[in-house]
Design a protein around this ligand. Structure first.
Ligand SMILES: Cc1cc2nc3c(=O)[nH]c(=O)nc-3n(C[C@H](O)[C@H](O)[C@H](O)COP(=O)(O)OP(=O)(O)OC[C@H]3O[C@@H](n4cnc5c(N)ncnc54)[C@H](O)[C@@H]3O)c2cc1C
Length: 375
């Protein structure tokens, strides 16, 4: 059997009445969004790589994005799968129903399995009506602790923002230097968006956010009254990825994630690791779901620097797990983080994962080495 996943790029069905889209795995995320938008619907996970990443890859890595706080990640939308198993049998899991508790949840065994158990050849997704209104606020903080407290307070304020991003001092400095962004030189900035089906609904949520920022000693708060103003406020955050990509140095990006109340501790820990190893870390991320992206810059031709980066990242993973966090909130374990699985998972959990790998793929044909599950 030959599976050409790139050519398996058809949107097979969109059934608005059933809140359902059925797609082949090679469909690019943005193409599905474009199709659903015509019916006023969307598929919320929204990875930053959405213009190029495929839905097969999204499901295999359980992709998420900036809207995770309110809308969750890919796993919250997968209703069923067709999977070709390593022995050639075709397994169909789940159903077209919004609810099903019939038998083991085989669907979610494959979501996030990084292609180690089977090849996904068809995906059934739950879709959402597109919110028609949004409001944006940006708050600046002189102290990291105040920004961290604001994130925790937002979660206790009775609303869940659709986006809640945090930028650390280095990320702000980089944007100011390279793009002339209109951001104050502070310890942290939070950008938040609320969405809903009426402007009143989003404005009400925005008022709660602003109240939290005021109570958390924000030194500057800006809100956007129009979509154009919102776009201006977001432009700096959106530029960050390309500013980093244009760097002359090599960089490594991580996607460590902690419970939201530990965001400050993680940011402080990253700053301490940067200082200890004399490395340049730029950190930003999705504070609304505890997922940070520390980027560490280095010269890949300098052996000593590469070793320092490896030691620093090991310390970052140790810190994250000590804070009750996880090695990966978005990108998956792959080969790079496989040696660190034992930091996060107890022996029984690792044994169970290895048994599943052995059951589905006894010959180790699929993505050998990924997640470190070989016996
Ligand atoms: C600039 C950039 C930004 C990113 N931003 C985000 C982000 O915001 N959120 C996020 O979650 N991730 C992000 N990522 C990581 C990555 O893009 C996502 O994990 C994405 O979901 C992967 O999709 P892909 O099509 O690129 O998959 P690939 O990279 O091709 O594959 C990823 C893994 O899935 C497996 N796989 C792919 N298709 C199948 C299939 N049909 N069946 C079984 N296994 C399969 C592959 O074997 C591989 O192990 C980013 C990456 C980059 C480079």
């Amino acid at each position: 059997m030959v599976l050409d996943l790139v050519r398996m790029n058809k949107i097979l069905e969109v059934r608005i009445a059933d809140r359902l889209a059925v797609v082949q795995p090679g469909v690019v995320y943005a193409d599905l969004q474009g199709r659903l938008g015509r019916d006023g619907f969307f598929f919320p996970p929204d990875p930053a790589s959405g213009k190029v990443a495929t839905l097969g890859g999204n499901v295999a890595t359980n992709a998420g994005g900036i809207k995770g706080a309110k809308y969750g990640t890919t796993k919250d939308y997968v209703l069923g799968l067709e999977v070709v198993l390593p022995d050639g049998r075709v397994l169909r899991t789940g159903s077209n129903c919004m609810k099903s508790v019939s038998g083991y949840d085989l669907t979610h065994l494959f979501v996030g399995s990084e292609g180690t158990l089977g090849v996904i050849t068809e995906i059934r997704l739950k879709i959402n009506p597109l919110p028609r209104a949004r409001s944006t606020a940006v708050a600046a903080f002189d102290r990291l602790q105040d920004a961290g407290r604001a994130v925790s307070q937002i979660m206790q304020s009775g609303i869940v923002p659709s986006v809640c991003e945090i930028l650390d001092r280095r990320a702000i400095a980089l944007l100011r230097e390279r793009t002339g962004a209109d951001l104050p030189a502070v310890a942290a900035v939070i950008l938040a968006e609320t969405d809903g089906y009426t402007p009143e609904e989003t404005r009400f949520q925005l008022e709660q956010l602003v109240a939290v920022f005021q109570g958390s000693r924000a030194v500057q708060i800006r809100t956007a009254a129009t979509d154009e103003e919102a776009e201006r406020l977001w432009s700096a955050r959106k530029a960050l990825g390309s500013v980093i990509m244009r760097s002359r140095l090599n960089f490594l990006v991580e996607d460590v994630t902690v419970p939201m109340s530990r965001i400050t501790a993680l940011l402080e820990g990253i700053a301490a690791i940067a200082l200890k190893y004399k490395l340049d870390f730029v950190t930003f991320g999705h504070a609304g779901d505890g997922n940070l992206h520390p980027h560490v810059f280095y010269d890949g031709s300098d052996r000593a620097q590469v070793e320092k980066v490896q030691a620093a990242v090991t310390e970052l993973f140790q810190l994250t797990c000590a804070l009750g966090g996880t090695l990966s909130g978005e990108h998956g374990i792959g080969l790079d983080k496989a040696p660190f699985m034992g930091l996060e998972h107890e022996a029984v959990a690792l044994e169970t994962m290895r048994s599943l790998k052995q059951l589905f793929d006894p010959q180790g044909l699929l993505n050998p080495g990924k997640m470190g599950l070989e016996a």
